[in-house]
Design a protein around this ligand. Sequence first.
Ligand code: SF4
Ligand code: SF4
Length: 80
Amino acid sequence: MVLSISFQCTIQNNRSPTKTYYSVDTSRCIGCGICVDSCRFNAIRLDTITWKAQIDSTVCTSCGTCKRVCQHQAIKDTTY
Ligand code: SF4
Ligand code: SF4
């Protein structure tokens, strides 16, 4: 009997394990800042020119709080 097992090695292909990334849909963001206040990791700020929220993906822990508090459905999540 031949048994074939395949899997992806995250070290070999140099990719991070599956992670959910959060981003702001600037067409929906009204710049209220509620998400900024909700993020206990200081991963969101309001752009000083556009006054739209911006998420720093290098700091974001993917906790999802900002998405839950935004009343304008301006924060999207994508899982890779
Ligand atoms: S809570 Fe939503 S609408 Fe308000 S600043 Fe954040 S993303 Fe924009
Ligand atoms: S998902 Fe969590 S850590 Fe990331 S920006 Fe939103 S509140 Fe901050």
